[in-house]
Write a protein that binds this ligand. Structure first.
Ligand code: SAH
Length: 351
């Protein structure tokens, strides 16, 4: 079924035309949807009969807060939303000096299988609809009362595995009649689906591309990221260069530092060689420990040494501040806990 909440103004116009409504109503409906109304009743400038018909034909899907955690340390807020079909996804709001940024989910679960990531443990359940991504931004802003200026697609899921819906989401959230968030304030993170990186580059959007690299050679990447077997480093990096050539946007590389796996001096030197000549920025992220995984974060000393090798070699590298670590703010952890609790409750009831 087509969701009104994922439609552009001309598409809503088509729907309304069939209902013999004047063209200007499309903009009104769109504006209300992008304000985050909870029901058609709130669309007070529409005739009652139209509100009723729309409610019948296009039921509104509003996410429900099932958990909200606020970090005492830094004000980071993590939401666990329940979608209309009962599935849950997470959104994290982070407060920076340049504004408030939300990290949104693009899928329920993930099928990429990265060894260190909580989101992939139960596999992919389904892809999110464009409006389900938009609603994460919208309802986080409404619930928190904090205006959102930046978005990262780094929550649960692989955005480039849900390309069509992600592109529509970007169009919606960027629209002047909607939230009007600048493409330059949006960052998309991928584990490295090469053909999709090319496809995205061809759109020439001004969004930043972040690549989850996490390894300085194929052996390491193969071990922790199955996607590398399909798209090894020698294919991934040229795709990054092509993205840069098409968009002039510097590429961000994410590198989760895992004790004894990818954090040696040798690894840092290898990474330097890989990135030579590419307009790149490296984000070093001390691994967030996931209960089900034997992988551990690198020591502070190893992170610092790694960073200075990159910097000395001319590649800018920052160590990502860990925000909200007191509230399970890394990818998929809250959903996983909640789902397990629910399963636990069901099992209790069966006993
Ligand atoms: N699928 C996309 C986006 C979601 S993951 C991607 O792979 O980029 C967002 C980022 O968090 C990725 O860089 C991912 O590798 C990283 N990540 C996942 N689990 C992590 C963990 N336990 N510790 C640190 N970073 C993690």
């Amino acid at each position: 079924m087509k969701h009104l909440q994922s439609m552009t103004i001309p598409e809503i116009g088509e729907v309304l035309k069939e209902m013999n409504q004047p063209a200007f109503r499309a903009k009104q409906v769109y504006a209300w949807l992008h304000k985050g109304v909870q029901s058609y009743e709130e669309m007070t400038n529409l005739p009652k009969a139209l509100r009723d018909t729309l409610a019948e034909r296009f039921p509104l899907h509003i996410p429900e807060v099932v958990r909200k955690q606020v970090s005492k340390a830094d004000g980071t807020i993590k939401y666990l939303w329940k979608l209309s079909d009962g599935n849950c996804v997470e959104t994290v709001l982070m407060r920076y000096h340049y504004g408030n940024s939300v990290c949104i989910s693009t899928e329920v679960g993930c099928r990429m299988g990265c060894a260190f990531c909580a989101s992939t443990l139960g596999g992919l359940v389904r892809k999110l609809e464009p409006f389900e991504m938009l609603n994460q931004v919208l309802f986080t802003q409404l619930d928190s009362g904090l205006p959102i200026s930046h978005i990262v697609l780094m929550g649960i899921g692989e955005p480039l595995d849900n390309m069509e819906n992600v592109l529509r989401f970007l169009e919606l959230v960027n629209s002047p009649e909607g939230m009007n968030i600048s493409m330059r304030h949006i960052s998309l993170s991928t584990c490295g689906l090469v053909p999709k990186i090319d496809e995205l580059g061809d759109k020439k959007l001004q969004i930043s591309l972040a690549i989850s690299l996490h390894g300085s050679n194929n052996a390491i990447r193969n071990r922790i990221m199955p996607v590398n077997k399909a798209y090894p480093i020698e294919e991934l990096l040229p795709a990054c260069r092509r993205y840069y050539e098409k968009t002039s946007r510097r590429i961000h590389f994410e590198y989760a530092m895992i004790d004894g796996v990818n954090d040696s001096v040798q690894n840092a030197k290898e990474l330097l060689q890989l990135l030579k000549g590419l307009p790149a920025h490296v984000n070093l992220i001390p691994l967030n420990h996931v209960e089900e995984s034997p992988l551990k974060p690198s020591s502070k000393a190893a992170v610092a040494a790694f960073q200075s090798i990159l910097e000395d070699g001319g590649v800018t590298a920052t160590v990502r501040r860990t925000l909200g670590s007191d509230i399970d703010a890394s990818c998929g952890q809250l959903r996983r806990k909640y789902t397990r609790q629910q399963v636990g409750t069901d099992e209790e009831q069966r006993k």
